[in-house]
Each structure stands twice: as structure tokens, then as C-alpha cells.
Design a protein around this ligand. Sequence first.
Ligand code: AHM
Ligand code: MG
Length: 346
Amino acid sequence: SPKSSSSYEIVTLTTWLLQQERTGAIDNEMTIVLASISTACKQIAALVQRAPISNLTGVQGAVNVQGEDQKKLDVVSNEVFSNCLKSSGRTGVIASEEEDVPVAVEQSYSGNYIVVFDPLDGSSNIDAAVSTGSIFGIYNPNDECLADVDDNDTLDSVEQRCIVNVCQPGSNLLAAGYCMYSSSVIFVLTVGTGVYVFTLDPMYGEFVLTQEKVQIPKAGKIYAFNEGNYALWDDKLKLYMDSLKEPGDSGKPYSARYIGSLVGDFHRTLLYGGIYGYPRDKKSKNGKLRLLYECAPMSFIVEQAGGKGSDGHQRILDITPTEIHQRVPLYIGSVEEVDKVEKFLA
Ligand code: AHM
Ligand code: MG
């Protein structure tokens, strides 16, 4: 337990970030970016909790670039996230699930970090007060991104430059994390030095360190797939799924758990072990989840915890996106469970 000898001493996210800065794991600009993200998450947590009271349930009326109905809270959360990042003054480009294209931030003093995020994932759960989450990843800009925008630049060329910058493989991630809005508000973060879990203390209004250097179990008999799509799956995947239901030597088959919220399903998988999957199927050739701001950040986190993230054949972190909203099949969780599905799919 990260608790110190004194039961009155707590480590907040702020103190933890400053510790990481002192050891050289992150620079001071990154500290500011991460602090601003945590502020956005606290704000979204409050909005989510009060949604039915403040008339924030239901749809906004618009459809996003990916043809999905935007929920009111999708739109509000995107604004909260963007505003917190912009006012940090340390982000050069931000890309969100809820925006068509990445946005260049005009006033960036320094740092210029690239932040990709899904401000409110699993928002179809909102109206029933079931778990949702925010997911983010942070990259370094490349040289092209740092070039000043001059008068010869057309709007299109600036946009193109942003897209080139944002489309980096997950292996370049400097930091990734998520915030889960559930019975507790949980902030999970890695800056490449292991996975740390913070819990929002409603009394202090601070994220307090509650688990450090989390390691995912090597195996785990829980699977989280939307099995409603079974008939649309590849035969190899059907055989894999059938195998999980065989009682085997122990007499007990795998347990099924599916919230329909990547952050919630992932968080359980991280702590209890097992596998989360969103396969490709006959209708959705690349599955549903987005590489840049869903699959890559989660894969960085799972690897930092000793687990594995795969598209069924290759490491998610090795894939370079060619488009911002690119989708990819995802199998993520305990090493032995992801290995097993890869064998079936080979
Ligand atoms: P969203 O980004 O539109 O919220 O969609 C992502 C969500 C994930 O959180 C969840 O795992 C998945 O979609 C559930 O999809 P389905 O309803 O097809 O099972
Ligand atoms: Mg999403």
C-alpha cells in the first residue's frame, strides 16, 4: 500500500507529479498538462454525477464526424477538456473523438505537447448512471509541428501538418491515462514508470494515490466482449469464444462481464485479470474502437502493467495511424489471455 507510516499523510496527484518531475521522468511542462487534464476530469466527474438534475442527459441533436449521435454530455465534456488543455498553454495540437480534425492551439507558451483524447467514452451509459470515462494520450510534437505558422500557410496546410503530427504510433506515447466515473472516481496514469491509480477524495476534492506500480494478473478467467455480434464474427473467433465456455479441468468456465464502457471494462480487467475484446466483424471491418485515443493509450497502460494489447495479430503500439479516427480491432488484458486469442486467430 502506498500509505506512509503516518496515517495522516497522503500523496495527492499534485505531489506525485512533482516527485516524478524531480526524478526526471517528466518535465515541468508535462506536469502542467497532466494537472490540467486532472482538473478537466474533476469537472466532468461533477457534470456526470449531476447530469439527471441539470438536464444533461439525452442527445444534443447533432451527429459527429463518425456518424454517431452526440450526447449532450459528449459535447460539454469535449469543451471542458479542450478548454483546460488550451488554457494550460502547453499543448500545441489537440485531437478529440468529438472533433472532425485536430485543432492547433494558438497560444502555447512552451511544451507544445500533442494531446489526443476521448472526453467521455461509453456515453451511451450516461442516462442510466452507469460507468463512463475519459481517455487521453500525450505525444511529443515533431519538428514540422514546431515550425511557426506564417502568412504563406493556408488553413488546409496547417490542418494537414496537425494531422501528420497527431498520427504517431502508440510506441511514441510519453504519457497515457484515463479517468473512470463510477462508484468512485478513479484516475489511472502512466508516464512510463509503471501504472499509478488515484481516487478522487470527495472531501478534499483531490486525487489521492491509492495503488502504485499496478501489475495485471498474468491470466484471468473473465472475458468482456459484446457477444451480441457473435453471428457476424469470423469462424476462428467463434471457436475461441466457444472454448471459453468449456468447463475444462477446473469444472468452471470463464465468466462474462460487459459494461459497454471501455474504461470500466478495462479497469476491471487491469485489476482482476482477463481479457477485453472488440473484434472486427462482417459489418465493421476494423471493429469499433479508435486507435489513436482509445486503443493506443489503453495499450500503453496495459503494457506498463505487464499486460498486452493486440489487434489479434500485432502489437497495437506498433501501428501508425493514417487517419485521426481510424478504427482497429482490440484484444487487451492479461498476457496469457491475449496470447490465447492470437493463437486462435492465427
Ligand atoms: P463511444 O466512443 O462512442 O462511447 O464508443 C466506445 C464504446 C466503448 O466504451 C465500449 O467498450 C464500446 O463502445 C461498446 O460498444 P458496443 O455497444 O458495440 O458493445
Ligand atoms: Mg469513445
